[in-house]
Design a protein around this ligand. Structure first.
Ligand SMILES: Nc1ncnc2c1ncn2[C@@H]1O[C@H](COP(=O)(O)OP(=O)(O)O)[C@@H](O)[C@H]1O
Ligand SMILES: [Mg+2]
Length: 325
């Protein structure tokens, strides 16, 4: 799912306020991505969940007049009985800091916040290192994942990588991004060093993993502890990114019992009613790659899986709104 929609909606009616970060995208790409985002809005609206799209840059979070406030011009969005949907990943440090202020303000007001966070709305949902810690604690296989320090300390990661991961190849990728953004395969220490030097000034925050030879990515959609669909995504010939947004292709995958069982165990272990879990199919078996919740794309699934996942997503959102948390 992308968050590149133009602002919409009627003030006043309780809605899902979808806070978007269109500044993540090239304006030209943005136009294409709007179609995808609109499908998600249509799904919610068809199911009686009105959506109001708001640009994060238009919001001013505050504590004022004895309450948390989230101002859109003169309107306080926290005063309207809304639930909130917020993608917290961005390559821009300034947007990231602002999204954090928005997140904390919505939390302080006790509103339903449907972002990718599981227990910790701040970052756990999209932080790949944090995910590995959580998942490994449940005894599920995760790749070694090493975070790159900031600024002039960044190269301190290199001896640790040499010691723990050997001579490569490696994958260097942002610690918390999506859609294949900045995921780089480095063949050896020399390319890794250059990658670290290049990514450091942007202050994006990155992790290094071993490049794991694989037969594709499997995404498992789990709702209320049970698998509702499984999708295999394979990179294009000669490529290494399986993201459909980067040219990977999605197809159904006749349930590998192991990924289903692992995904169900994980969803239960992190207490998530709706969780989409990505696995890399390696020779040693499935290895955890990442999880997502409401933002995971399912639109590429064939029927009847697509409708099953859509129904699970709508029912999850309804349950959260009904529970008020
Ligand atoms: N350690 C790895 N080894 C091999 N391929 C990887 C590795 N990490 C990521 N990839 C490939 O890159 C793709 C994008 O990486 P991912 O971590 O899922 O980032 P994003 O959040 O941008 O989707 C994955 O779907 C997979 O195809
Ligand atoms: Mg991914």
């Amino acid at each position: 799912m992308t968050d590149a929609l133009p602002p919409t909606g009627t003030p006043g009616t309780p809605a899902i306020v979808w806070i978007t970060n269109p500044d993540n995208y090239d304006p030209r790409r943005h136009l294409l991505l709007q179609k995808e985002g609109s499908k998600r809005v249509d799904l919610f609206e068809r199911n009686g969940l009105p959506v109001r799209v708001v640009h994060s840059g238009d919001l001013v979070p505050a504590w004022s007049g004895g309450a948390p406030r989230l101002y859109l011009d003169e309107e306080d969005l926290l005063g309207g009985g809304h639930a909130f949907l917020l993608s917290d990943w961005t390559w821009d440090a300034g947007i990231g800091r602002h999204v954090q202020a928005i997140t904390r303000t919505i939390r302080a007001a006790g509103r339903v916040l449907l972002n990718d966070g599981i227990r910790d709305a701040e970052s756990l949902g999209s932080d790949k290192l944090a995910m590995c810690h959580e998942v490994a604690a449940l005894g599920i296989p995760v790749p070694p994942t090493i975070a790159v320090p900031f600024g002039r300390y960044a190269r301190r990661v290199l001896p640790v990588v040499g010691r723990e991961l050997g001579t490569g190849p490696y994958v260097v990728k942002p610690r918390a991004m999506a859609m294949g953004f900045g995921v780089l395969k480095a063949e050896g220490p020399e390319q890794l060093t250059a990658a670290v030097d290049l990514l450091t000034p942007a202050a994006l925050g990155a992790v290094v993993q071993p490049f794991q030879e694989n037969d594709g990515d499997v995404r498992v959609y789990v709702h209320r502890g049970k698998t509702v669909a499984v999708m295999l995504r394979s990179p294009k010939e000669g490529s290494y990114l399986a993201n459909v947004s980067e040219g990977g292709s999605g197809m159904s995958f006749d349930g590998d019992g192991e990924v289903r069982a692992l995904s169900e165990r994980l969803a239960t272990g992190v207490d998530a009613d709706y969780l989409c879990v990505d696995w890399l199919l390696t020779r040693e078996g499935p290895v955890f790659n990442e999880w997502m919740t409401v933002s995971a794309a399912y639109e590429d699934l064939p029927e009847p899986d697509r409708s099953r996942v859509a129904a699970a997503l709508v029912s999850y959102v309804r349950d959260r709104i009904a529970a008020g948390s």
